[in-house]
Design a protein around this ligand. Sequence first.
Ligand code: NAD
Length: 354
Amino acid sequence: MMAVKPSTLKPSALAYVPFVSVENMMKLVHAHGVEAFITGLAAVIEEDFKRWPEFDKTPRVASHSRDGVIELMPTADAENYGFKYVNGHPKNMREGYQTVTAFGVLSSVANGYPILLTEMTLLTALRTAATSALVGKYLAPKGAEVMAMIGNGAQCEFQAMAFRALCGINRLRLYDVDPAATDKAERNLLAQGFEVVRCTSPEAAVEGAQVITTCTADKQYATILTDNMVGAGVHINAIGGDCPGKTELHRDILLRSDIFVEYPEQTRIEGEIQQLEPDHPVTELWQVMRGEVAGRRDAKQITLFDSVGFAIEDFSALCYVHGLIADGQFCEMLDLLADPDDPRDLFGMLTRAA
Ligand code: NAD
């Protein structure tokens, strides 16, 4: 690896690609503060959602296996192309691995050269949380103060930090089937100044909550929330059901809710709404953000963000990080692309190195 700063690169040195390692991503986030980083990222996601028609869009390319899924998530606008490689393996956690890991690439559409390679395991948790809280800003009931969090794994604290930063929610009610996960989340969240209540059942967790976040991982049609647990006026932020055959909510909840989605073509395959008829009405969030259709209309309405995670959120995150490392900090330069003096003499470059 070369210690070359992007600002000192000659055009021929485009072959060197900035790389943000996990260590540098952590330094970058801390340099801004977690909540400020998420707030900045949410603003970029919101801008990109507002210019939705400008993007090439496709449901992600998923390779399913018995225990999980490996996915590629591409999108592009006129200037940049981005993709994320991400897995989802619920069993990993029991074996000491992350359920979700990821890395991503941003490229220039003009010449196809990558301009960023970065870790995206942390960045996915940050962008998922930023998106959830951004949607919460549009859909959560006014004055919401309490959020139930069912599933206290890797995504949990990021979600909490984002909902505090964007929606002002500081009171949390935690539940996980595994008390050790709640121990971990409680410890981390108390250290961040949250008011935390541990709950012994999902029914107890949702008591008095205006926002309910479900972020569990199980490769099955699970019923984390049953119909009788969801009262009028709540906002449900359902992030764990994001794969065919993997859902969290009882179907009856969906029938009582106004459902908001990222990209219907992908969500109908992967989200909670895979349980419904293919033409069940849903609202696209970009249209809510542009003010073209209503978000929350009244205090009794149940709103549901059926989150699966869409490529544009990763694209926003890649562009955001690319902007933050423009001065050459928090990255290394990778010798990633072959760069012969004569572009046609690739073979000559190889033989001269012998
Ligand atoms: P994780 O494995 O770290 O945590 C999941 C937690 O859920 C674990 O603590 C587990 O004990 C708990 N759990 C499982 N079944 C439960 C149940 N019935 N009731 C209560 N708790 C239960 O996983 P993670 O990284 O936090 O991800 C959580 C989910 O979010 C995964 O399904 C993942 O695929 C999904 N996800 C979605 C997005 C998105 O954009 N929508 C992004 C990232 C992750």
